[in-house]
Structures are given as structure tokens and as C-alpha cells.
Write a protein that binds this ligand. Structure first.
Ligand code: ASP
Length: 597
């Protein structure tokens, strides 16, 4: 076997072959994709990550030795073969790029055999994902997945080149770190040397990248792994990859322009799509008002209309009045093509979509000829008010008005969801359409009802708008941050901010967050100290690379762009992690568990 490898160097990949290769003597390696015997001639489809080529074994070639061996081949055996490229003449296979030719083989080597795999290695598969994940090494042989990783690698190369060309240094930061306040739970690693002490895996390298700016590195980039112990969803994994960036002496506009150039380059290179730049922006306040969400999908319109002021004191309809009296709001989504939702949809589908966001129901009215309404809200609205509402919504005959009345957060979340459902039903989401937008002017803080205190909306190192610093003590809720998110098609690709570069301002922000001097000292003492030594104004951003790749690959799940992903229960089906460990390991770490097994 080794002799074959030594004497027969691979000169082509399976996917390379075209009719220009005819008559060449070639050596190929790969896996048996399929085996066919046509009247004594054996055809093997040989696969590697580049594609498939047909090998042909005739019993009369080279005394039939290779043919005899080929007869034993089965799917997924790893083999090498040598032969001459010949034309397939009439028998061209137009379905594969190499379909014009085949390799007439005189030599064959079997490197290793394979049992029948638990599922066929093909693109469309209905095998349960749990089995695919358990046999991930086989799953990854499928072109549908393999090509995602080839694309990922291409994007990484392009990313590194782009940022190197713009003066960025690639610098690694620790994985065994201390807690970073990105708002999630930490993964902890016990220290053997310091019993009872723990490292935290980084939720992001936030503090390190800022320290690098204080170190004069000027521009930092890293494609780094981050860890957040959160409940998982299709677009979340406990460990994920960020493109992490930080720059000194910059404004929000500089960072936006740099990122505009980056996404424009990637979308052009990978998808052949021209992203119009500069990417437009919308303020957080406007996004919430018009779309009910801070990551609006702008591939379509369907804005929401706030009816709170119009209705205040003028509506008897119980649900609306109740919400307004309790300090809530009323908003509506108007659909000109009202028939898109049937009565059954309005009774069942729509309320079910809204319920997970806390909405107790979605009231509706259909606009009839002459502007009158039918539906549950119709009776509670007099003619004059109805006329004003129609005007405010631009409502006309055939239209459907969907109302939500509740707390602001519930109304926004519920209608944002229904806006998406409606867009899909109406066929407004066209394939290969990309709508990028920057969301800016986020509030500095959001009120945490459970903990009854403010939390940083981005993270506590984010700078307030320079003209609002004075309001930090007097009106924290009204202070806006120099923070921005990059959103595409309703997906948050990433976010960042200009950072605080003055220790007095940093202290003010910690105070607004209700942190005591002791807490600040304990958690961020080193950082505050560093801030005092001539910190340059700086800012940065992090993009979720897995999400970016998921969009570029057209994948439905993050798992399709992560080689060895975790399940929704944060387990790795292949290796079985997380695992029990030896009692001795725990003793070494001074750890006693309280879980019964
Ligand atoms: N550290 C932030 C995050 O992980 C990104 C940033 O502010 O640069 O979301």
C-alpha cells in the first residue's frame, strides 16, 4: 500500500476532470461512492471533496488484475487508482461536471474497507439528524456539507486578507480567562493550582481587545471562539466563532465604512452579489417603532403604525382600553391584500404565532367597500374614529388590519413576528435578495424587571453619545449609546460600539448599572487601572461568523456550517461530551459534585 502511495502521486482531484484531460495518464484517490457492473465492465464513482469521477475497469485491461479487485469494492472504501482519461462519447453524464470523461483504470489499490455506512452518502437525505451527528465524519463526506466548509475556508482567507490590507494585526487572546459581561452565563473551568478558583471561557475577548488598543496595537482582528452558556436555538451554539475587531482613533463612521467594504467584498466574491454601499442605517427608535424589532428584515415593507395617541380616551373596545389604561400601547399591521389570511388563520394561526411573545390575542378588522369594517373590532369603533384610523393606516377596501394592544414590549415582539409571517405568505421574500442595514443609537441601558435594575444593552464598556454623558446620572434611561448592529435580512450579523476611553466616564456607567465600588474593583479593577494610562479613543465590532456562513451557504441551521456542532441540549453526539470524569480528576480539582447518578 505504502508502495502505491510512494510511486503514484496524486495528480488530480476527482472533480477536476474535463474533456481537455483526455489521453492523460492520471492517479486519483478517494472514496467509492457507487459500484455498477455493466456486462462485465465495472464502473466506480470515485468521490473526494471536489466532486465525483467515473472509473472504468475492463476485464481485458492489464490482465484484469485491477478489474478483479474492483469487483470487490463497496461504498466508502478508501482507494487509489491509476489509468488513462478517455471520452465517454455518447454516454456523457450532464449531471456532473466531470461527466464528459472517465478514467480507464489499469491499477487499483484498496487502502481501507468500510462496513455499510448507517446512511447513504448523498445530498438529499431524510436520515434523523441525531444519527448524522453521531456519524459526523461520514456526514461531512456529503457534498452538501463539505462544500460549506470549503466556502468557510475561502471566506476566512478573504477575511484575513481584507483586514491585513487595512492595517489589522491578527492577535490571539486567552481562552482561560475571566468573566466577560456579555449578558450570558459563563462556562467555568476549575483551577487545580488554585483550589476553589475558576477560569471563565470568554463570552468574547472584549476586555482583551480593548487592552490591546491601550497597548498601542492600533488595529486588532481575530477569528476567535467564544462561549456562552445559553438556551440553544437553531441560530445559537454554546461555542461559536466571531470575527472580532478593534480599532483606535476612530468614529462610528470609520467602523461602518470598513465593515461595508468587508461585506461588499464577501458577497461579491461568494455570491456574485453587489451590496449597495454605504449600507443605510436606521435608528433603534425608528426600527422599534416601524418594525417592532431591532433587527428588521427590510426586504419588504409592511411597517407597523402606532395608534396609541389616536385611540387614547376615544376607544371603548375593552382590550384596547384596558391596555391603554394600564400604560400600554396599541399598534397595527396593515395588509393591503387582506385575503392572505383566512378566518381560520385569524382565529388560530395568528394568535398562535403571537402567543410565545406574551400576546393574549390579535384583534383584527377587514376593510369593506366604503371603508367600513367587519370583524371583532368593528363594533367598538365609531364612524369618525374609523375614518381617522383608515387614514392613518392607508387602509382601503380588501385590506386587513391586525392590532395588538398590550405592554410595549409584547406589542412590538408579537407584531414583528406576524409581519414576518405575512411577508412569507404574501411571497414578499425573494430568493437571493439581500437587505443590509445598520441599526444605530441604541439606548445605553435596558431595565431588567426581574433584577429591578438597569443592565447594559450592549456591554458596560460602550460609550454613551458624547453629548449625553452628562445625563448618565440624571436620566440613564434616556442616554443613547455609540453602539451599532449590522443586520441583514432580519438576522443580526454582529454588533459593536465606540468604547469608553476615560476612567471617570467608565465609573459613571458602572454606577448607573448599580455596581458598588467594591464590585467594580473586584471584577474590573485591572481594566479600570489600565484605562488611566493614556487610553486612545477606540471602538470595534464582532460579527458572528457562523451566522454569516449560514447565510452565505443558504443553510437552515448553524449546525450545517460547524464541523462538530452541539445539539439543542448542548451535547456532542459524536464524542458523547459532556462526559462524567474520574473521581480522581475531581479530587485533583478540589471539586465535589452533588449530582446523583
Ligand atoms: N464584544 C461584543 C460582542 O461579543 C462585540 C463588540 O462590542 O465588539 O457582542
Amino acid at each position: 500500500m505504502s508502495q502505491f502511495l510512494a510511486t503514484h502521486k496524486r495528480d488530480h482531484r476527482c472533480g477536476d476532470f474535463r474533456d481537455t484531460h483526455v489521453d492523460e495518464e492520471v492517479t486519483v484517490y478517494g472514496w467509492v461512492d457507487s459500484y455498477r457492473d455493466h456486462g462485465g465492465v465495472i464502473f466506480i464513482d470515485l468521490r473526494d471533496r471536489t466532486g465525483i469521477v467515473q472509473l472504468r475497469f475492463e476485464p481485458w485491461v492489464a490482465e484484469g488484475v485491477a478489474h478483479g479487485l474492483a469487483d470487490k469494492l463497496r461504498p466508502e472504501w478508501a482507494i487509489g487508482a491509476r489509468g488513462k482519461v478517455i471520452s465517454r462519447g455518447e454516454n456523457i453524464n450532464p449531471k456532473i461536471p466531470t461527466g464528459a470523461v472517465e478514467v480507464l483504470c489499469d491499477t487499483l489499490e484498496v487502502f481501507s474497507e468500510s462496513p455499510t455506512p448507517p446512511f447513504e452518502i448523498k445530498d438529499d437525505l431524510d436520515t434523523a439528524e441525531a444519527i448524522r451527528l453521531k456519524y459526523r465524519f461520514l456526514d461531512l463526506r456529503r457534498n452538501a456539507l463539505s462544500r460549506n466548509f470549503q466556502l468557510r475556508s475561502q471566506v476566512y482567507r478573504q477575511t484575513r486578507n481584507y483586514f491585513a490590507d487595512h492595517g489589522f494585526l491578527e492577535i490571539e487572546t486567552p481562552i482561560l480567562a475571566n468573566s466577560t459581561p456579555e449578558g450570558a452565563r459563563d462556562y467555568l473551568v476549575p483551577s487545580r493550582v488554585h483550589p476553589g478558583s475558576f477560569y471563565a471561557l470568554p463570552q468574547s475577548p472584549q476586555q482583551f481587545k480593548q487592552l490591546l488598543m491601550m497597548s498601542g496595537m492600533d488595529r486588532y482582528m481575530q477569528i476567535c471562539r467564544c462561549f456562552r452558556d445559553e438556551d440553544l436555538r437553531a441560530d445559537r451554539q454554546p461555542e461559536f466563532t466571531q470575527l472580532d475587531l478593534e480599532m483606535s482613533f476612530v468614529s462610528v463612521d470609520d467602523i461602518r465604512a470598513l465593515l461595508d467594504g468587508y461585506v461588499r467584498g464577501v458577497w461579491r466574491e461568494v455570491l456574485g452579489v453587489e451590496v449597495p454601499t454605504p449600507v443605510p442605517s436606521i435608528t433603534y427608535a425608528e426600527a422599534m417603532d416601524k418594525y417592532g424589532i431591532d433587527k428588521p428584515d427590510l426586504r419588504y415593507g409592511l411597517p407597523l403604525t402606532d395608534l396609541t395617541e389616536l385611540l387614547r380616551g376615544r376607544i371603548e373596545f375593552r382590550i384596547f382600553k384596558g391596555a391603554l389604561d394600564a400604560g400600554g400601547i396599541v399598534k397595527a399591521l396593515y395588509l393591503p391584500e387582506g385575503k392572505v389570511f383566512s378566518r381560520k388563520d385569524l382565529d388560530k394561526v395568528i394568535p398562535a404565532e403571537a402567543a410565545p411573545f406574551g400576546a393574549k390575542g390579535i384583534a383584527w378588522a377587514r376593510v369593506q367597500p366604503g371603508g367600513s369594517w367587519s370583524g371583532p373590532v368593528a363594533k367598538g369603533v365609531d364612524d369618525a374614529l374609523r375614518g381617522e384610523l383608515n387614514d392613518a393606516l392607508g387602509a382601503e377596501e380588501g385590506g386587513l388590519i391586525l392590532f395588538s394592544a398590550d405592554k410595549r414590549s409584547v406589542v412590538n415582539a408579537a407584531l414583528a413576528r406576524i409581519r414576518g409571517v405575512a411577508a412569507e405568505r404574501l411571497g414578499l421574500i425573494k430568493p437571493n435578495t439581500w437587505s443590509f442595514v445598520w441599526v444605530t443609537d441604541f439606548p445605553m441601558f435596558e431595565y431588567d424587571e426581574d433584577e429591578q435594575r438597569y443592565q447594559a444593552m450592549h456591554h458596560p464598556f460602550t460609550s454613551p453619545r458624547y453629548d449625553e454623558i452628562d445625563q448618565l446620572e440624571t436620566d440613564p434611561a434616556g442616554v443613547k449609546a455609540l453602539a451599532y448592529d449590522l443586520v441583514v435580512n432580519g438576522v443580526e450579523l454582529g454588533g459593536g460600539s465606540i468604547r469608553i476611553h476615560r476612567s471617570d466616564v467608565q465609573h459613571q456607567v458602572f454606577r448607573a448599572l448599580g455596581l458598588s465600588a467594591e464590585e467594580v474593583d473586584e471584577k474590573f479593577g485591572f481594566f479600570i487601572e489600565a484605562l488611566r494610562y493614556g487610553t486612545p479613543p477606540h471602538g470595534g465590532i464582532a460579527l458572528g461568523m457562523d451566522r454569516l456562513l449560514m447565510l452565505l451557504c443558504g443553510a437552515d441551521s448553524l449546525r450545517d456550517v460547524i464541523a462538530f456542532p452541539k445539539t439543542q441540549r448542548a451535547t456532542d453526539m459524536l464524542t458523547g461530551s459532556p462526559n462524567q470524569v474520574d473521581a480522581k480528576q475531581l479530587t485533583d480539582l478540589s471539586i465535589r459534585t452533588v449530582v446523583d447518578d
